[in-house]
Design a protein around this ligand. Structure first.
Ligand code: ZN
Length: 241
């Protein structure tokens, strides 16, 4: 997932071409020096879509939407870190769409985006506030499609994940990565909380569910349960001994 635009992510298995019949389309556009996987996810029936986690590089996100014939109708945020939310205010200014998510526990991060940017050397990060805070168990819509909202704290306290059970697909932000988990040493982070959230919220999605993480290549829930050295089944068994 390192090419700049127009990578079609399968809704059924990471890396395969999107089935023509899929109700969802997705491109991943790595943004900011952190190569954060901003995603454009759209409803193929209406061609209306959401930008998920616009950390920056707004022009590239808008180009990718245009190249795929997608009209952006909203911004979804998984959590309040600069590389995920730092460009949201600029995108609102550019196209006037509402922001949904994360949970209110991340308000302190959204309020401090300018300070986060200064600390990590990322110019132009501006604070933002969602038009709608999300809560575990709610749904967000993209065109005619609905995604489930799952609260997965631990990387940040208000982190949410977006799941689309019908296509066996999820966008998990910085909770779970291929072979790793989100860092927990930033304000509001907690390792035990993150491990509990992954096991309680992500594992039940099903082994066949493909996911896009906030950084790096995609994976499936099953692959991570089998081999993830931090939260895989074997790793947790060892930790419990
Ligand atoms: Zn993060």
């Amino acid at each position: 997932m390192t090419a700049p635009t127009s990578i079609i992510i399968s809704a059924t298995a990471a890396g395969d071409p999107l089935p023509m019949t899929s109700p969802l389309g997705c491109v991943v556009v790595p943004v900011t020096p952190f190569a954060q996987n901003a995603s454009i996810l759209w409803c193929t029936e209406t061609m209306r879509g959401a930008v998920i986690d616009p950390g920056g590089d707004i022009d590239r996100l808008l180009d990718a939407a245009k190249a795929n014939g997608v009209t952006i109708e909203k911004i979804l945020l998984t959590h309040g870190h600069l590389d995920h939310a730092g460009g949201a205010a600029d995108l609102v200014d550019a196209i006037g769409v509402p922001i949904e998510g994360p949970q209110p526990e991340d308000a302190f991060l959204l309020d401090s985006l300018a300070e986060q940017g200064a600390r990590f050397g990322l110019a132009g990060c501006r604070p933002c506030r969602p038009n709608r805070w999300l809560k575990d168990g709610e749904q967000v819509t993209i065109g005619t499609q609905s995604l489930d909202v799952l609260h997965c704290p631990g990387h940040t306290p208000g982190h949410v994940v977006f799941s689309h059970p019908a296509t066996r697909f999820a966008i998990v932000g910085d909770t779970l990565f291929r072979g790793s988990i989100g860092r927990t040493d930033l304000p509001g982070g907690d390792t035990a909380t993150l491990l509990r959230a992954i096991v309680a919220k992500l594992w039940p999605l099903g082994d066949d569910v493909a996911f896009i993480p906030g950084h790096g290549p995609g994976s499936t829930i099953g692959e991570e349960r089998r081999g993830n050295p931090f939260v895989g089944d074997e790793a947790l068994k060892r930790a419990a001994r």
